[in-house]
Design a protein around this ligand. Structure first.
Ligand code: MG
Length: 296
């Protein structure tokens, strides 16, 4: 049974499923939890394929590259190619191309995978000029500083990022997560925590924060697939990222209760999700029901 936050939306919400041409699917808490794929995920994806609804896998985690995400999804038994993955890195690359058109040289405070992804997108990664060769070759000054979820964080590189930020270079964060969820007995400081350290050292806040819930993330996807907002749904387990992004872009926000958010939090949220379901298995059943109703 579908649970809906605001009773007066019950009909409207389920009916909106009939308009959907594409779903932006969150990963952790939505399709799997930690390393465990939900048993209903693959049947749900098959339902989407049969219903002719496209899907893109959405992630804020900029520590891994698109290639690594494709490999991880395939390993879990989920079919995916590079164009099916949309990460905060993808959104940051599109943002830089749109808003800082002349900028090609970046200081990227991020993992080697993140730096590699920027270089594949045509950006040059500027390394520490005090380290030698590049400075000697006459350059080393970046156009923009990009900060991601750097699981390989080194103090020297933090110092360089702070230096360029203090010199007024645009300070761009790939996403706003403070910590990365984990089931291990540890805390994984994420992009926002690293940015907070730079803010504390320089007095500057990031000039832009991409990733969820920034609706730009959906704008790029709509452009890629030629979609109108009402044809796009976002499925995720977090109100303040997944659902907030859907609302910001005018897309349908579908909350699953298989991850972080509890049923009572979902019911209390204002504004809430357009539709609340237990998991994507239930969403698949509702989509089938709605399509059949349209055919009658
Ligand atoms: Mg999630």
């Amino acid at each position: 049974v579908a649970r809906v936050c605001n009773e007066k939306w019950v009909v409207g919400c389920v009916k909106r499923l009939g308009n959907l041409k594409h779903l932006a699917l969150d990963l952790d808490g939505t399709l799997y939890l930690g390393g465990r794929l939900f048993e209903w995920t693959v049947p749900f994806l098959e339902t989407l394929a049969r219903a002719g609804i496209g899907r893109t896998y959405f992630t804020n985690n900029s520590s891994k590259s698109t290639k690594q995400y494709v490999a991880r999804l395939n390993e879990l038994g989920i079919e995916a190619a590079a164009r099916d993955v949309y990460s905060s890195t993808t959104s940051t690359i599109e943002f830089l191309n749109d808003e800082y058109a002349g900028a090609r040289r970046l200081f990227v405070l991020g993992t080697p995978a993140l730096r590699e992804e920027f270089s594949q997108a045509g950006f040059e990664s500027v390394e520490d000029p005090t380290a030698g060769t590049r400075a000697a070759a006459g350059g080393g000054e970046p156009d923009v500083v990009v900060v991601g979820f750097d699981t390989t964080l080194s103090y020297d590189r933090v110092c360089r990022a702070a230096w360029w930020i203090s010199k007024g270079k645009p300070f761009i964060a790939t996403h706003c997560d403070r910590v990365c969820p984990t089931d291990l007995p540890t805390i994984l400081p994420d992009c926002a925590a690293i940015c907070a350290m730079l803010t504390s050292a320089t007095g500057r806040e990031p000039d832009a924060v991409l990733g969820k819930p920034n609706p730009r993330m959906l704008g790029g996807l709509m452009k890629r697939h030629g979609l109108a907002a009402k044809e796009l749904g976002v499925v995720g387990d977090r109100l303040y990222t997944d659902i907030a992004m859907a609302h910001g872009a005018g897309a349908m926000g579908i909350l699953v209760l298989s991850g972080e958010t509890t049923a009572s939090q979902a019911a209390l949220a204002r504004p809430g999700a357009d539709l609340v379901v237990r998991d994507v298995g239930e969403l698949g059943r509702l989509i089938v029901r709605e399509r059949e109703a349209l055919l009658v």
